[in-house]
Design a protein around this ligand. Structure first.
Ligand code: TXA
Ligand code: MG
Length: 374
């Protein structure tokens, strides 16, 4: 299975402003009607969710699903998440179990994707050939409204060109998808900024295949023991042991800016900021600048000003003491290095529990696991 790009003539992408639709769920938003109809007819519609923007198509229509892969340049063995707007849909798409309902009732609508054995109605084109299906009920009002109006189950990966950082604003989607899809619904910047937690409930022990806003602890409070897929828990170790991530998407280079990103952290005590880190980043950046390269630095609010003058382009990603702001700013910051033409990028890292675990999972992938310890 290879990559396919859409060679058809560029189409006219219509942008719908739905920034006002948030919160008006009992008053159907007319502006979404056309996009919903387009989904029903097998078209492609990008829409906001609370995590990142999604690129939607009718998930039960194999031809529609295939268009997603073409528009993104996504490998066809990388399955899609099916987005639903009501609980009944879960039973129609998958063979459920008690834990699935416990988690669905606890965290839906919200940033959790549940994997279960699929029913026959879900085509293999949507599941990348797998016998399981990933299902999520997003909480963004425009997403729920669009799914309801369309009357279909909406298969949707993140709305970026394959390999690029996931889009957290409509401008990011326009950058990647304009001319390739039918509609883009602009709901403003997303709230969370990194993709949903994926939990696999198709095996004996529930397993996290991708960390996210819903943490291991939060899942365990509801259903008891949950493991983290060993291939993502320690990426370096897993390469050595030849472990393959259970979520096919986690094996691809991803979230990556065009420049080479390197993380710098304190090795010994797991503390991530601090003076040795700052000195090292300044030194590395200066070295590359002197060799004539365009250099970028990414740092949190607390230290960002200390890098001014040490790189061509210095970006604040959020506040270290407010992890959620780092998640929300991460992909935008990574994309901005492309706009600035950065060839080498240095960043402080954000080790820790909970949301920082999910942030580091994305950041390490973006850095191709390149970390310098000081
Ligand atoms: O927050 C999100 O989940 C966003 C929004 C749009 O909902 N969507 C998203 O989709 O991140 P995508 O396609 O970028 O990531 C889906 C991930 C991939 O790593 C894929 O391999 C995995 O989910 N996945 C999907 N179905 C699976 C299955 N049946 N078994 C294992 N992994 C699966
Ligand atoms: Mg993605």
């Amino acid at each position: 299975m290879g990559m396919e790009m859409d060679n058809k003539a560029l189409r006219n992408t219509i942008i719908i402003d739905a920034k006002g639709s948030a919160g008006l769920l009992d008053e159907p938003d007319k502006s979404l009607d056309k996009a919903a109809k387009c989904l029903r007819n097998g078209g492609l519609v990008a829409f906001p969710t609370e995590t990142v923007y999604g690129l939607g198509a009718d998930g039960l229509n194999p031809e529609a699903s295939k268009k997603i892969y073409a528009a993104k340049g996504r490998p066809s063995d990388n399955p899609l998440i099916v987005h639903i707007a009501d609980m009944e849909a879960l039973e129609k798409l998958a063979y459920t179990n008690e834990k699935a309902y416990t988690l669905a009732h606890a965290f839906w609508p919200g940033p959790l994707t549940i994997i279960l054995p699929k029913r026959d109605v879900v085509p293999k084109e949507t599941t990348g050939g797998l016998d399981t299906v990933a299902i999520r009920m997003p909480s963004h009002p425009a997403a729920l409204e669009l799914i309801r109006l369309s009357g279909v189950y909406v298969a949707a990966p993140s709305a970026n060109i394959s390999g690029r950082p996931s889009p957290t604003t409509a401008a990011h989607v326009i950058e990647d998808m304009s001319g390739r899809i039918d509609y883009i619904i602009d709901g403003g910047p997303v709230g969370i900024g990194i993709e949903s937690t994926i939990v696999d409930l198709s095996g004996e022990v529930p397993a996290i295949l991708r960390p996210g806003f819903i943490t291991k602890r939060m899942l365990e409070d509801m259903i008891g023991e949950v493991v983290i897929d060993p291939a993502i828990a320690d990426p370096k170790e897993s390469v050595l042991k030849g472990l393959k991530p259970k979520a096919p998407g986690m094996k691809y280079t991803h979230y990556a800016p065009k420049g080479e990103l390197t993380l710098v952290e304190k090795g010994s005590d797991n503390v991530t900021g601090g003076e040795p880190v700052i000195d090292k980043i300044r030194e590395l950046a200066k070295e590359k600048m002197e060799s004539g390269y365009k250099v970028g630095i990414m740092a949190p609010q607390e230290t960002v000003s200390l890098y001014e003058g040490y790189a061509d382009y210095v970006v604040c990603v959020g506040e270290r003491k407010e992890q959620a702001t780092i998640a929300a700013g991460l992909y935008s910051a990574l994309r901005s290095f492309d706009d600035a033409g950065a060839e080498y990028i240095y960043a402080e890292s954000f080790r820790g529990e909970g949301l920082s675990y999910a942030i580091m999972n994305r950041l390490l992938k973006a850095a191709g696991q390149r970390v310098i310890y000081v």
